[in-house]
Design a protein around this ligand. Structure first.
Ligand SMILES: Nc1ncnc2c1ncn2[C@@H]1O[C@H](COP(=O)(O)OP(=O)(O)O)[C@@H](O)[C@H]1O
Ligand SMILES: [Mg+2]
Length: 679
């Protein structure tokens, strides 16, 4: 094609003809509107395939509804409706359908009439981008992108009803984006009668696929309910079912406050723009009024270090002085940003959420103190739900057919599940790219008695909950699926997980100990028969056998913590030594658990196997049980746990064998207590 025509830069008679001239190329240059860009690149916004698109549409509408309600101080109640949309023909069953109508209704503040078209039909339009405040949405590209996807796949406009109060009329709109201009086109606009006094209803008709399971709409709503126990959700599935996620906490989380950016988190270009846009008269006042934590004194200090006069007009600072200013900011000691602008979910609410949605034996939650990355404050929270709940445990005790060689029990290698959140929104895609997931992998779960292969998730029936709350969550892409891997963030996640793990370790060891106590009791009972017979023979058959047997049984029960435990159980108010945790046993629930509609019924469990003989006498048991009554707190330091008194209190609970195989280090409990084991 192109010969070495410009070798000498010479233009001569022999020059080859250009295939396209610069003028022709110039004529082709055109502006690209954001809408055109995202129409072509819709995967960037979470519309890669029909299944994900359905989820993204629901997610954007629900996130907005929750944000709006919370900001307005209204306890959120949201209705989500999925219906199969048919194009005139008979509607196919939901699993086969490829067209859906998504409707999301909230009873929030509503939207004023003039804003409706732009909110729903203009990309990058919103109230959240320009401020630093914790919210679910941040870039102003959520619901309008969903509308654009609807338009692209079915050609149908977005339908909106919104009303701001009982005395104002409800407005109905049908809008689409003019993708060339990124401006709304209004198809219909009228006042209507609406049964709701306040709120917003959005309807989108889209190409989608409905499938349950991982990363489905169902899972998203379920996980939303876990992290938002103050929200009431009603979900009309495409199959016509109505699922309700009730509210278990009757108050709104504290309002997050808006903050100014911290100077450490600002890139040079942004500083230049801020200098240019500032309304301040001098650099000194610009620094102290446009940033958080810069006092007039520190502003003077920065100017001095940068050799910039504090009275210069900000607009006139560019080039080398601006760079000097930037460097001076980085090298001046400035207090970390305020952290009370973040409203974490809180341990209690996480516990409630996990308990409400996930069956288990042990729950715990940790909220870390606030930290800062790139000048942005954030809070990490973690939680755990462990075990399968007493009902399932009871099932497992039933004799089952022996396993064939090499055949594993179903949950032997079951990996833990990680549920991730950013500002209370579940993240369902790109798990392995997420800082939260990486932190789960690099936590040594073995330290807490949980099996884990190298570089893998821990094994066992366990759900790991991680939440990052921040004024700006660093997502890896616009579709907001994974949290970017900043060292500060990863470290906080790890610390939170470690604290959860430590508590889980305490629980697991206590349960192991309880099991071994129970096993011993059974073994005593086996031998009691023999002992009574032997004694009787020695006495020439004149012994009151039944009486002796009864007495020995009493001793066995006492030595393995029997009646005292039961007594203790009745009085217990919380899981000893395990803050912010809930323990579920066949006897009941310990800890601050919410009442659930239709409380679970719990079958009494029996002890399963006793294949291991433990004959050593329980020399310590009595003393320990007494200590337990006094209820000394358990130390959370790992090494001391076993010595601590609360341990025995828990230990005498008749826990049942469950997920034993997933638990490493089980034999250690016995050894540490100085007991010998024999086969
Ligand atoms: N249901 C709603 N009720 C009240 N305001 C809403 C609602 N949905 C959207 N909004 C407003 O529309 C704006 C744009 O929403 P969106 O495109 O999802 O972007 P983002 O949520 O990232 O700001 C929001 O910032 C909010 O102010
Ligand atoms: Mg949004």
């Amino acid at each position: 094609m192109s010969k070495p025509m410009l070798k000498n830069g010479a233009a001569g008679a022999g020059e080859a003809k250009l295939t396209v001239s610069a003028a022709e190329m110039g004529a082709r240059q055109r502006e690209i509107s954001v809408s055109e860009f995202f129409t072509k690149n819709r995967h960037l916004l979470g519309f890669d395939n029909p299944r994900k698109a359905l989820l993204t549409c629901v997610k954007e509408a629900v996130d907005n509804a929750l944000d709006a309600c919370e900001e307005a101080g209204i306890l959120p109640e949201v209705v989500v409706k999925l219906e199969v949309a048919s194009n005139g023909d008979a509607a196919p069953p939901p699993s086969q359908a490829n067209r859906f109508r998504v409707t999301v209704i909230d009873y929030g503040p509503g939207i004023v009439r003039q804003q409706i078209p732009r909110i729903f039909a203009k990309l990058l339009y919103g109230s959240k981008f320009h401020r630093l405040r914790m919210s679910r949405g941040q870039q102003g590209i959520g619901i309008s992108a969903a509308g654009m996807y609807a338009q692209l796949t079915t050609g149908k406009p977005v339908q909106i009803i919104s009303r701001t109060g009982a005395r104002t009329p409800a407005h109905y709109f049908e809008v689409q984006i003019d993708t060339k201009k990124n401006e709304p086109r209004i198809f219909e606009q009228k006042q209507i009668e609406w049964e709701n006094h306040r709120g917003t209803q959005v309807t989108l008709e889209i190409e989608g696929r409905y499938q349950k399971g991982r990363a489905s709409v169902d899972e998203y709503l379920e996980q939303t309910a876990i992290a938002n126990p103050h929200v009431k959700l009603v979900y009309h599935t495409p199959e016509g079912e109505i699922k309700e996620y009730p509210r278990t906490i009757e108050e709104l989380p504290p309002q997050p406050r808006e903050i100014k950016p911290h100077p450490y988190g600002i890139e040079f270009g942004i500083l230049l723009r801020m200098l240019h846009d500032s309304k301040s008269q001098s650099v000194a006042s610009f620094l102290s009024s446009d940033f958080s934590r810069v006092s007039p004194k520190i502003a003077q200090e920065i100017c001095k270090a940068a050799k910039v006069s504090p009275d210069t007009r900000p607009r006139n600072v560019h080039g080398a002085p601006a760079e000097a200013l930037y460097k001076a900011i980085q090298s001046t000691k400035i207090m970390a940003p305020p952290t009370n602008c973040i409203s974490p979910i809180g341990e209690r609410a996480i516990l409630h959420g996990l308990y409400k949605q996930i069956k288990g034996d042990f729950y715990t939650a940790v909220t870390r103190p606030p930290a800062v990355y790139r000048g942005n404050p954030f809070v990490i929270e973690a939680g755990l739900a462990f075990g399968k709940g007493p009902e399932q445990a009871a099932d497992k005790i039933e004799p089952r057919a022996p396993l064939a060689e090499g055949e594993a029990q179903d949950d032997d290698n079951e990996l833990a599940r990680v549920i991730r959140y950013a500002n209370r929104v579940p993240l369902l895609y790109q798990q392995s790219a997420c800082a939260t997931f990486k932190a789960v992998l690099e936590t040594s779960w073995r330290n807490y008695g949980i099996a884990q292969s190298r570089g893998a998730l821990p094994t066992g029936p366990m759900v790991i909950f991680v939440h990052m709350a921040s004024v700006w969550v660093p997502f890896t892409s616009e579709s907001k699926e994974a949290i970017a891997d900043y060292d500060e963030i990863r470290k906080e996640i790890r610390l939170a997980l470690q604290e959860c793990g430590r508590r889980l370790g305490v629980f697991v060891r206590r349960r192991e100990h309880a099991k071994s106590e129970f096993r011993r009791r059974n073994i005593f009972e086996l031998y009691i028969e023999e002992v009574v017979d032997a004694c009787n023979r020695l006495k020439g058959g004149k012994l009151p056998k039944e009486k002796l047997k009864e007495q020995l049984q009493k001793i066995a029960l006492k030595r393995t913590g029997g009646p005292k435990t039961d007594e203790l159980l009745g009085k217990k108010t919380g899981p000893e030594g395990l803050p912010d945790s809930i323990i579920v046993t066949p006897e009941g629930v310990e800890g601050d658990a919410p009442a659930l509609p239709g409380e679970r019924t719990i079958a009494p469990a029996e002890e399963s196997s006793h294949d291991e003989a433990e004959l050593a006498l329980p020399t310590l048991a009595k003393e320990q049980a007494e200590k337990a009554i006094k209820g000394k707190p358990v130390k959370t330091k790992q090494k001391r746990e076993l010595k601590a008194a609360g341990h025995e209190k828990q230990a005498v609970l008749p826990f049942t064998e469950k997920n034993g195989k997933g638990i490493g280090q089980r034999k250690r409990t016995g050894k540490k207590d100085g007991k010998k084991k024999r086969k």
